[in-house]
Design a protein. Structure first.
Length: 202
């Protein structure tokens, strides 16, 4: 994943997770970034995190987050960015409770797209994330298997031009990795769409 795209995700993440906070009025936003299980441009991303003006970032692995107390996380951080992925190992009841308890607090939680494939046997996790990637190993019906496209050029349409993340943007074309045949919760409000029927949201 290119650094410029990670930076764009990070800025959008802050706008989504902190809608009631004026970033211009806050000198120090505190963000916890949870990593593990998914490759990315690690050194470049860490350098970017260290150089974000007015934003303090703590980088931890999933195993470290699981040992943290929810009340401490609420006091220390304005938002949490989940950059982690776990497709193969079930999460303990204790760690499941941690996710659920965090969702009840005044802390922004944003999950990057690949987290949709995490925890394939834990339905409440996907209720929290707002969608699900159906893995072949956990889905009997082949028609439900989610798809993945690499280096695909797609026309992107702005679905909500008034949202803070997309305000001022115009439709554009990009070449990237895209998902298809995934479940998206009906209550999710998509900001971007495409004219490709194989992708989600279409």
């Amino acid at each position: 994943m290119e650094l410029s795209r990670l930076f764009a995700y990070f800025r959008a993440f802050l706008l989504i997770s902190l809608p009631s906070i004026s970033m211009a009025a806050r000198e120090d936003l505190s963000v916890l970034v949870v990593r593990g299980g998914h490759a990315y441009d690690t050194p470049e991303f860490e350098v970017m995190c260290q150089n974000l003006k007015g934003i303090s970032v703590d980088l931890v692995l999933t195993s470290h987050m699981q040992r943290m107390q929810v009340t401490d996380m609420e006091q220390q951080y304005d938002a949490i960015l989940f950059l982690n992925q776990n497709k193969f190992y079930p999460t303990s009841a204790k760690n499941r409770k941690q996710y659920v308890d965090l969702a009840k607090l005044d802390v922004g939680m944003v999950f990057l797209q690949f987290t949709l494939s995490s925890q394939p046997e834990w339905d409440e996790y996907h209720d929290l994330v707002g969608g699900k990637w159906f893995l072949k190993n956990y889905t009997e019906d082949p028609e439900l298997h989610s798809t993945y496209f690499t280096d695909l050029t797609v026309n992107i349409k702005i679905l909500d031009t008034k949202h803070p993340v997309t305000k001022g943007l115009k439709d554009f074309t990009m070449t990237d990795a895209f998902y298809g045949n995934i479940y998206i919760d009906p209550t999710v409000h998509p900001l971007l769409g495409s004219d490709n029927p194989d992708l989600a949201p279409a």
